[in-house]
Unconditional design. Structure first.
Length: 195
């Protein structure tokens, strides 16, 4: 009989307390104000307990980003390959807008830009390993195309959040998809030619 060892309930509760406290702190303050000392006090744990689970605050950021990215990967995996811009835009907006205030803070706050960049570099790498519609272009051309798609999608999402989500989600998804498609449409007919 195969018995999987379940994590100790106390350990699981401690990790959940650390992560929940961390999410709350992200909503309240810039990253340079988040310390192990403050987080430990708020989570009602000893600092040594924090270090049993994480080597540093950056280690915790990385784990939390992996959790967010993992959920997004699950949503992307539901799309047929090759996925079109409209489907990718729809998945992006619906997933990230459903993740709550702390993910909005990670994506939209200038102070969290470095962590947001890490998340989207990993996400883009994941998506391109699954399917790369620009494989016929040189590496630098692929980088520029992907940068255009990611940065524009993210900038539109940020503006939408910053403006208080003044457009219905279906409308912003539709508009973003059209803008991105218009920006890359001419590339679909090119194969080994330069941009």
């Amino acid at each position: 009989m195969n018995h999987k060892k379940l994590p100790d309930l106390r350990v699981q509760k401690t990790i959940e307390a650390i992560q929940e406290t961390f999410r709350n702190m992200i909503c309240e303050m810039p990253p340079d104000k988040i310390t192990v000392k403050e987080l430990s006090e708020r989570a009602r744990i000893n600092r040594k307990t924090f270090y049993l689970h994480y080597t540093s605050i950056e280690d915790l950021y990385n784990e939390m980003l992996q959790i967010v990215a993992g959920g997004y990967y699950e949503e992307i995996a539901k799309l047929e390959v090759p996925a079109n811009i409209a489907d990718l835009t729809n998945t992006f907006f619906r997933y990230f807008s459903s993740q709550g205030k702390y993910v909005e803070q990670l994506l939209c706050s200038p102070e969290y830009q470095i962590y947001c960049s890490q998340l989207f570099r990993a996400t883009l790498k994941h998506n391109r390993e699954r399917f790369n519609p620009y494989a016929n272009f040189s590496e630098i051309e692929q980088t520029i195309i992907n940068t255009f798609l990611v940065n524009n999608t993210l900038d539109i999402y940020r503006e939408w959040v910053t403006s208080g989500k003044g457009m219905a989600i279906d409308d912003i998804i539709n508009l973003t998809g059209k803008l991105l498609y218009s920006g890359i449409h001419s590339l679909e007919t090119q194969s080994d030619t330069c941009i």
